[in-house]
Structures are given as C-alpha cells and as structure tokens.
Design a protein around this ligand. Sequence first.
Ligand code: NAI
Length: 334
Amino acid sequence: MQHIVTLIPGDGIGPEVAKPTLKIIKAAGVNVQWETYLAGAEALKRHGTTIPKSLLDSFQKRRVALKGPVTTPVGEGFASVNVELRQTFDLYANLRPIKNLPGVRARYQGVDLIVVRENTEGQYSGIEHEVVPGVMESLKIITEKASTRIAKFAFEFARAHRRKKVAAIHKANIMKLTDGLFLDCARRAAADYRDIGFSDLIVDNACLQLVLDPLKLDVLLLENLYGDIVSDLAAGLVGGLGVVPGANLGDQHALFETVHGSAPDIKGKNIANPTAMILAAVMMLNHIGEKKAAQRISSALEAVLKKGERLTPDLGGSATTTKFAEAIIREIER
Ligand code: NAI
C-alpha cells in the first residue's frame, strides 16, 4: 500500500535529520510518497509567506505530516510556524511520550511519562499589544470547550494505553479564573473515567516532583505554556531533546515532529542526533497503520543505541548522523 504524507524537513538541522529518517522508513518496507515543502524563513524568502498555500493544501488533503524543526526569531519577526499550523488545523492535543531508551545516559531509569498539552490557546493565542510605551499586555485565553476537549483526550489516551492515572497541572491558586476553569474541566472529565486515577498538582510543585521522583507520575495534563515548559524538563530526565518525539493531533489531522529545535549551533556538521525524528516517524507509522514497520524501526534504533558503537556526540559518541542512520538500516535489514 502506498501512503502519501506531507513532509516539512524544516531548517537548521531539520533536513539533516529528515533525510536519514526517510531512508530508514524505506528500509523498513513502507512505501511513502512524500509531498515536501519549505516552511519558515526560507519559505518567506521564496514564496513571501512562512507557510505556503501548497503546504496547507497538501496537509489539508493528506491529513498526516512529518515535520522537522523550524526556526522562529526571538522577540521579533514572523510568528511561529508551529503555532500557526496547530491553530489552522485545530491540532488541539500535543502528545509527548517521555521514556528512557536503552543505552542513553539519563538522570533516571524507568521513566515512562506521557505529557498531554493543550495546543491551541492559553498564552499562545498570540493576543499581545502595547498598552502604553513601556507596558505590554499578553492575554491568556482559556475556554471550557478546549479545556474539556483536552481533558477527555488525556483520559481516553490513558484508558486506551492502560495507563493508571492522570495528573492535571495548573496554577489555579493564583490564576483562579483561567487555571481554575482548566482544573474544573479536568475534574469533571475525571468523574466520567472512574477507572483512571486523578490528582492535581500546582505547576511549580509538579516540576519539583518530576525532578525528585518522575516514576511517581504517569499521564500529565497541562495548558499550553506549562506543557511546553514541563515537556522539555521531562525530556531532560531521559537524556534530552534529541531523543523525544511529539505528535500534534486533531480530530482530522495529525502532525508528527521533533521536540527539539533547529539547533543552529550544530547545523551543517552532520552530527545531529536523528533519534527524535526517527521516533516521530515511528509514531506516524503507528498512526497510519504500519505497526510492524514501526516496531522494526524502534527495535533497530534501540539495538544501535544499546550497542553504543555508533552514537552521535550528544549521546557521548563520535559518529556522524549518517553513520548512526546507516547502523540502524543495517539492523533493520539483518
Ligand atoms: P534547540 O532544540 O534547537 O537546541 C538546544 C540545544 O540542544 C542546542 O545545544 C542543540 O545543539 C541541541 N540539540 C537540539 N537538537 C539536537 C539534536 N537532534 N541532536 C543533537 N543536539 C541537539 O533549541 P533552541 O536553541 O532554543 O532553538 C533554536 C531554534 O529552534 C529557535 O528558533 C526555536 O524557535 C526553534 N524551535 C523549533 C521547534 C520546532 O520547530 N518544533 C521546537 C523548539 C525550538
């Protein structure tokens, strides 16, 4: 069977991690026709927009996309391509599995967390303005609809994946209306899922608990900004951003991506770790029903990581991106 998937290699190290990932997918026997598009600064230069219409049309039609990181200028310039894609296609659930990988040095072993982040509102609504010179205002939007939808998503996910408990993370002691509503929606959803445990944690305490004993937590349910921050913190517990994938899911569309950014400091050196992109592809393959190929790729990746002979520098090795990917392909073809 042939699949048609929208591909956004991204910029910085994006193309360097996308290229070997496509080779690995092919080696696992999956036939994908990729519709490839630029996004971000390069697209702006060539097409006058950061997200070309052809990309939007492709994703609208194909409903599945694989994406590398895209640079967003800090404090100025164009809006984040990621945020725009999430809002345009109502990709309301951001899912990040945080799990140890064999052979990857980490502060903890046995971590197995799922971060479920609301992806469309909160402080990422993009409503910011200057009130008077020297005073800026940013609005945080929290709605009952989006909060209920993401809470149900977290519980459904927990049930489908035999997870035991969901923790809603908030700051409702201070933001009594916005975070209060988010928490209230989570509590109401919890009442419909009595088979799954439920608790809530104030976000600062949640960070402390994660660093002290991440094995105590299971599925984490968070608003947009807290989810962004806490998921990076959680990635740090299992070896860093280079080894964690993410999915942005809506009712119609699914976009799979790296959690890490475009890493301009190592761009063009062929030393980027493609693991996050490969794992994003594994999530994508599961989503499109290619479960056997997904399993073959994760087993091959784990075997190479465990052997430890072809690791990229971020994992303590000296292999190039290309050598690491070739070792995975050899493992798949064994
Ligand atoms: P970053 O994730 O690009 O880099 C942070 C550090 O981790 C750097 O030292 C980098 O070399 C290292 N690193 C990241 N990925 C790696 C990999 N695969 N292998 C080895 N080392 C890796 O974060 P930073 O520097 O904050 O952001 C750079 C740009 O990326 C910014 O413009 C930001 O907006 C964008 N970004 C894009 C994302 C996306 O498109 N999903 C996500 C996060 C950031």
